[in-house]
Design a protein around this ligand. Structure first.
Ligand SMILES: *Cc1c(COP(=O)(O)O)cnc(C)c1O
Length: 237
């Protein structure tokens, strides 16, 4: 058995156990394999084990792997989960099957323009910032910009709004992490009621260290990198 197979087995057990504890069917929680920094062969192996949804955080990095992924391209999906500069929106709309880190009106307009040109409807998640750390990307839940974005999205035919994404504060105590996930779910319920033309089905929250808490708080998609592929080399900045 390969390391990846062993990690996946262990992870599946932990997901199943978190679902049982939360009284939720396993089928409600989608596993996204976060393959950022890992080379294409790791993705090919993961796909051979049945994983179909992958998360990448850089346009350029994914572009460099794309050719090697051609044999499995039709059977797999790749979403951008890292911050996207609007000048790279067109390239991202072309390369990815979804953008889970939509965090500005300007980016929404750029992605819509690019997707609409190729008659594509790009699935997006709006990224919400729920922790005070400076480094965290995403829109503040009470911001004017978020309000404008939610007003605008129903009119952007190139985009298919599917829900929300958040990253919990790194290394926070369990109670704070849970509160963060609970807060995303509560915001989702409020905004879904206020914007009946938008879909909010997807709640993407929880990573290697906190996916069990996220599942307890209603996550429908968890994003797991380290627990599957192992430790990442430090990212160049
Ligand atoms: C890297 C990353 C993950 C995966 O984190 P792990 O702790 O390795 O599971 C999930 N979500 C986002 C947005 C990331 O950038």
């Amino acid at each position: 058995m390969t390391a990846l197979q062993a990690n996946l087995d262990k992870l599946e057990e932990a997901i199943a156990s978190a679902c049982r504890a939360a009284g939720r069917p396993r089928g409600e929680v989608e596993l996204m394999a976060v393959s950022k920094t890992f080379p294409a062969p790791a993705i090919l192996e993961a796909a051979s084990l049945g994983l179909t949804l992958f998360g990448e955080n850089r346009v350029q990095e994914f572009a460099s792997k794309a050719a090697a992924l051609e044999p499995i391209r039709a059977a797999t999906k790749y979403h951008l989960i890292g911050h996207l500069q609007s000048n790279k929106a067109a390239r991202a709309a072309e390369l990815f099957d979804g953008v889970d880190s939509l965090d500005s009106v300007r980016l929404a307009e750029r992605l819509h323009d690019a997707a609409a040109k190729s008659a594509k409807r790009l699935p997006v998640l709006v990224e919400i910032k729920l922790s005070p750390e400076e480094t965290k990307t995403g829109l503040e839940p009470d911001s004017e910009e978020l309000a404008r974005l939610l007003e605008l999205l129903p009119g952007l035919a190139g985009l298919h709004m599917c829900g929300l994404m958040t990253i919990a504060p790194w290394g926070a105590p369990e109670t704070q992490t849970r509160a963060c996930f609970r807060s995303l779910r509560a915001s989702r319920d409020r905004w879904a009621a206020a914007h009946p033309r938008l879909h909010f089905d997807v709640l993407s929250m929880g990573m290697s260290g906190d996916f069990a808490l996220a599942i307890a708080e209603g996550a429908t998609r968890i994003r797991v990198g380290t627990a599957l592929f192992g430790k990442r080399a430090p990212e160049p900045r």
